[in-house]
Write a protein that binds this ligand. Structure first.
Ligand code: ADP
Length: 663
């Protein structure tokens, strides 16, 4: 359920709606293991606050009986104790009061310490568990989820939202107990001491409650606007820092500064809107509670001064009791002012936990059968059997609306893979070629089961990839992509990533096979050199060779090379090609390549266009065909200058379509 519906541009709206009883799960599922610190926190908080109320009471006693005329044991606060326990001489009574006040301070300090320990350790433990559980769940979500969300948005769930829960569990719970104990405690004490004057002192309380309620209602949409504009500032900054190369080379610093200025100014305005309301609220609250104070002072003071009850009141009012009233009405204001804060913290925590638990409840298109058998690879034979696939996302929904070229907007119109079938025998190499956007990478993503097919099936040695465990499926494959991402860590760590137990000898062996050993040795600290973000920068070709070494070390049954040599010069390409030839020798290999020279020895070449296989065969056979492949080959080998008009027109049509849908 979405308890708070004022946050309209929440990118996690969908997740929030599907989250089931998030606050209950937060407290019961995640809080339960730490019930001990939570209980200590709660109990100590109640005691600590109760002790905070004692000094005013004892001051009243001291004024009225030690310095005044009243009998010590007849004092209302002391009437709960047996008379025999109480001292009789004024000196002893004085010492008694001082000792009790001092004791209450010491004990109060101990309870405050325990309360702090309890709430803090409870909230830190829960925060840690929620964050790791959310991350764990998040990284297992389908690729679909990641391609539809911005990194900043996901980061903000893991950091801001989790912190919000921590704040609520710590400060929120703390303020809530203080509020309850102080308001009920003071109300009780005032009525106990003098019910008539209590009515006067507490008269503004309903007013304070109404005033705070209205404030909370008004400030919520403002906070939501602040949250959304913070998101916009972050997205802008993230985008700009990521594209700093383009900014510098296009000389657009000024333009970007203006854009940052714009979003930052909007943030300033929305934030100021909220601040303005807040700074009006507190003085307003002070005025209302001031009324209570003045009324108490007026009525109580007159009562004490004249020694007769004013107006409808009866009985007497002691000076000490009057002083206690004055002190208590002061002590009441702050917890009441926090009332709005507590509600606000609760609602923010609720929105955060809706995002977090909604994310945890997220169900991907890929159905995971936790009990599925491990894949059993014998020859490594792969079959694509009438496979069709479309990406199911917002991007393509909007494509339908603008895609004028097909006109029909039917689901077939945006099939990315359209009924393709082929077999690869174990140990064979199959190459996928064709224009950008033809669907080559998608064919391989389906094999890795990053997405599930919409129709048809993909089988490895007769086993449908959907029927075996995802972990064993991916363990059996090695992947070298176009963009070889390196983690921040040593070269060695990057090579052993996924094959963690390997020893130095095996690593060096793998690096040699990938033609990477030589350049690694020349790095400042060899295999121990830090690379990746903040580390030594490696060139695209070097990164690719590290990725190939990683694949060599993994020794997978099936190898996927997604333009593995795209980033390197011709000389390095030759070297890498040699190592790849070794690597692919007796394992099933899928290779995507733009440079046809790298795949001309493949056992089978599939030419893709618009998600369909338009030609297939060996290099020699395809050259004889005189189709797209032979012409591409001709251009790349420098035998012909340009593709025939027919192919150029097809490419232009395709590009025009892509541009329309890019808008
Ligand atoms: P290729 O590898 O042949 O260049 P791809 O398989 O990468 O082609 O892309 C095929 C089509 O699928 C393209 O039109 C591309 O825009 C689209 N596409 C690729 N990835 C996604 C994605 N994550 N979500 C939506 N559409 C995608």
């Amino acid at each position: 359920m979405a308890g708070v519906d004022w946050d309209e541009d929440d990118p996690f709206e969908e997740q929030r709606e599907q989250a089931e009883s998030p606050m209950r799960r937060l407290i019961f599922d995640y809080g339960r293991p730490y019930w001990f610190s939570m209980t200590i926190g709660l109990i100590s908080s109640v005691f600590a606050r109760a002790l905070d109320l004692l000094p005013a009471l004892l001051l009243a006693v001291a004024i009225d009986s030690i310095f005044g005329e009243q009998a010590f044991h007849e004092q209302v606060p002391l009437s709960v104790l047996p008379e025999a326990w109480l001292p009789t001489s004024p000196e002893e009574q004085f010492v008694f009061v001082v000792v009790v006040v001092a004791g209450s301070f010491v004990l109060g300090a101990v309870f405050h310490w325990l309360r702090n320990w309890g709430f803090n350790s409870f909230s830190q433990d829960v925060q840690h568990d929620v964050r790791t559980a959310t991350y764990d769940k998040m990284q297992r979500l389908d690729m679909e989820f990641f391609s539809n969300k911005q990194t900043g948005e996901m980061m903000s769930v893991l950091s801001n939202d989790v912190n919000q829960l921590e704040r609520f569990l710590n400060e929120g719970m703390n303020s809530a107990t203080r509020l309850i104990v102080m308001v009920f405690g003071i109300t009780f004490l005032l009525f106990w001491l003098n019910p008539q004057l209590a009515l006067v002192s507490l008269a503004p309380v309903p007013l304070i409650a109404i005033f705070t309620y209205i404030f909370v209602q008004k400030i919520q949409p403002k906070y939501a606007a602040v949250r959304s504009s913070v998101g916009k500032v972050n997205s802008r900054l993230e985008n700009n820092l990521g594209g700093i190369n383009v900014i510098k080379s296009s000389n657009t610093e000024e333009y970007e500064s203006d854009r940052v200025n714009d979003v930052s100014r909007k943030y300033y305005n929305t934030n100021w809107d909220a601040i303005w309301l807040r700074i009006k609220f507190f003085p307003g609250l002070q005025v209302i509670s001031g009324i209570g104070f003045v009324l108490t002072f007026l009525v109580g003071g007159y009562w004490v001064l004249m020694d007769t009850a004013p107006g409808p009141f009866t009985g007497t009012l002691e000076t000490g009791v009057f002083v206690a009233f004055i002190m208590y009405t002061q002590q009441l204001v702050w917890p009441m002012a926090q009332f709005g804060q507590v509600i606000n913290m609760y609602q923010r925590a609720e929105a955060s936990s809706e995002r977090i638990f909604g994310l945890m409840d997220e169900r991907g298109r890929i159905e995971r059968d936790e009990d599925a058998n491990e894949i059993e690879i014998r020859d490594g034979r792969v079959e694509y059997d009438n496979v069709s696939f479309r990406y199911d996302d917002e991007l393509h929904d909007s494509d339908n609306a603008v895609d004028g070229s097909d006109g029909d907007g039917t689901p077939e119109a945006d099939l990315i893979i359209d009924d393709i079938s082929f077999d690869v025998d174990g140990g064979e190499t199959v190459a996928l070629v064709g224009p950008t956007g033809a669907g080559k990478s998608t064919v391989l993503k389906l094999l890795l089961r990053l997405y599930d097919v919409n129709e048809g099936a993909i089988r490895i040695d007769g086993q449908d990839v959907r029927d075996v465990s995802l972990a064993s499926l991916r363990q059996s494959m090695g992947y070298v992509g176009q963009d070889s991402f390196l983690f921040y860590g040593t070269v060695e760590e990057n090579i052993t990533y996924g094959t963690f137990g390997a020893d130095r000898e095996e690593i060096v062996e793998a690096a040699k096979a990938a033609e990477a050993h030589e350049f690694i040795q020349n790095l400042p600290e060899g295999y121990d050199t830090m690379v990746g973000e903040r580390g030594v920068k490696l060139s695209g070709g070097q990164r690719q060779r590290v990725a190939i070494a990683r694949a060599v070390l993994k020794d997978p049954d099936i190898l996927i090379l997604d333009e593995a040599t795209s980033d390197v010069d011709t000389e390095t390409e030759m070297l890498i090609q040699r190592s790849i030839d070794d690597l692919t020798e007796d394992r099933t290999t899928f290779a995507i390549a733009h440079r046809l020279s790298t795949i001309k020895d493949a056992d089978q070449i599939l030419v893709l266009e618009d998600g369909r296989i338009v030609e297939r065969g060996t290099h020699d056979k395809l050259l004889q065909n005189e189709g797209l492949y032979s012409h591409l080959w001709g251009v790349q080998a420098g035998e012909i200058d340009e593709l025939p008009q027919e192919f150029i027109e097809r490419a232009q049509r395709r590009h025009a379509r892509t541009e329309i849908s890019d808008d």
